[in-house]
Design a protein around this ligand. Structure first.
Ligand SMILES: Cc1cc2nc3c(=O)[nH]c(=O)nc-3n(C[C@H](O)[C@H](O)[C@H](O)COP(=O)(O)OP(=O)(O)OC[C@H]3O[C@@H](n4cnc5c(N)ncnc54)[C@H](O)[C@@H]3O)c2cc1C
Length: 391
């Protein structure tokens, strides 16, 4: 079997690259070991795929080489993907500002990609294991469960390591290493935190409680909802900060990010001196959390009893709640992988390895990781299109 292009990985980036190259007249084959294409697309966004963020730009990405993503993101913007889904009649909603989700189901996004692949003449072979790849003159040869396949260009779109049960493997990294490309350290990101015994018990008692917070770590601050779970802390704020958190780090959580707590407590003491602290807290925060806070601090009096120093201590407890996670939930639940194939050895225009132009890497397998909110799919689309156009 001989193709112009073989793409390993029928995920978001691989399908987007394949259809782009197909429309450009290339004979394209996509192979994937999974029994279904786009499994992560299907499970994304709680089954409704947050397929882009209208304001997605380089500032929304982490990478050891931050300027690498600029070119592709500039050339294929969120509105291009919106135009594509609109052409296919996909209905969508803007949940939080800029974040676009399917109104109905993630299946719609996969339908768009597979339909376009069909129109572009792309062949997709599932349940196909790739046993190895080797350079063959100006092209590449793959050893697969279908037999040997030769191609002019091989695109590695095998994604990251999160959710191994969905088919994630480190195969893309192995290919990179085989051709002497560096792979930066990988770790689970956009992932909930686990807590140790005392804090775990406290979180467990509050499981299901959610409130808006601002969380800070390593100078990064995210203002989004926090969710207490049976094992620790989750919700968008925690998922976002997990991308910068390192084992041993302490998080600082502001439970009242929209106000100055000391000033508000002083005003409450002045205007409602007979009010109990827990009652006031219950007006600012979910009642279960307010009650838990006074229990943790073993302090609940009427506001008139509180001197400035005690109110200051409470303000600090509310605005700089310090929590040291035991760890994260890891690859089992992480949405993405931080790190990956080092982009310093990849062309930001074509996604080819300059010393071996028949080999290309796109999507999450690269050391480019988006924030929560549709940025990771935008990277998959943008890198896929940039590479597909250059094939
Ligand atoms: C639960 C969850 C929810 C998410 N929600 C969102 C969201 O709403 N918005 C957002 O922007 N991002 C979201 N993400 C992240 C997003 O899904 C990924 O960043 C994106 O899918 C990466 O695309 P990709 O094509 O690079 O890799 P993938 O989509 O992971 O595709 C890689 C493909 O390669 C195949 N493959 C792997 N190894 C091999 C091998 N050895 N041989 C053959 N095939 C192989 C896999 O089977 C897979 O089909 C979510 C992720 C998860 C896990």
């Amino acid at each position: 079997m001989t193709y112009d292009v073989v793409v390993i990985g029928a995920g978001a980036a691989g399908l987007m690259c394949a259809l782009t190259a197909g429309y450009a007249g290339r004979r394209v084959l996509v192979v994937d070991h999974a029994n279904k294409a786009g499994k992560k697309i299907l499970m994304s966004g709680g089954g409704r795929c947050n397929f882009t963020h209208l304001a997605s730009g380089p500032a929304n990405f982490y990478s050891g080489n931050p300027s690498f993503c600029i070119s592709a993101l500039k050339r294929y913007r969120p509105e291009h993907f919106v135009e594509l889904v609109e052409r296919h009649g996909v209905e969508y909603v803007e949940k939080t500002p800029g974040q676009l989700f399917c109104a109905d189901s993630s299946k719609e996004i996969l339908r768009v990609l597979l339909t376009e692949c069909g129109w572009a003449g792309v062949e997709v072979r599932l349940k196909t294991a790739v046993e190895g790849v080797e350079r063959r003159g100006e092209g590449m040869r793959l050893a697969t469960s279908l037999g040997p396949i030769d191609c002019g260009a091989l695109v590695v779109a095998t994604g990251g390591l999160s959710i191994p049960t969905m088919g994630a493997t480190g195969f893309g990294y192995d290919i990179a290493r085989q051709f002497d490309l560096a792979v930066t350290e990988t770790r689970a990101a956009l992932v909930p935190f686990t807590l140790t015994s005392q804090w775990k018990a406290r979180a467990e008692a509050l499981a299901g409680v959610s409130c808006e917070v601002a969380v800070t770590c390593h100078g990064k601050r995210y203002r989004e909802p926090l969710l207490f779970t049976h094992r620790g802390l989750s919700g968008p704020a925690m998922l976002q900060i997990s991308s910068v958190w390192q084992p041993g780090d302490t998080l600082s959580i502001d439970l009242l990010p929209w106000r100055d707590a000391f000033e508000a407590l002083c005003r409450a003491r002045r205007e409602m001196p007979r009010r109990r602290l827990s009652t006031w807290l219950g007006e600012q925060l979910p009642k279960r959390l307010a009650q838990a806070l006074v229990e943790w601090h073993d302090d609940d009096g009427v506001l008139a009893e509180y001197g400035n120093a005690r109110l200051q201590a409470w303000a600090e407890a509310l605005q700089a709640w310090r929590v040291k996670p035991a760890g994260t939930e890891g690859w089992r639940t992480a949405e993405v992988t931080m790190g990956g194939v080092d982009t310093r050895a990849i062309s930001s225009k074509t996604f080819a390895v300059p010393s071996l132009p028949q080999l290309r890497f796109i999507g999450e397998v690269l050391d480019v990781t988006g924030e929560l909110g549709g940025h990771n799919f935008q990277w998959a689309w943008a890198s896929g299109v940039a590479c597909g156009n250059a094939l």
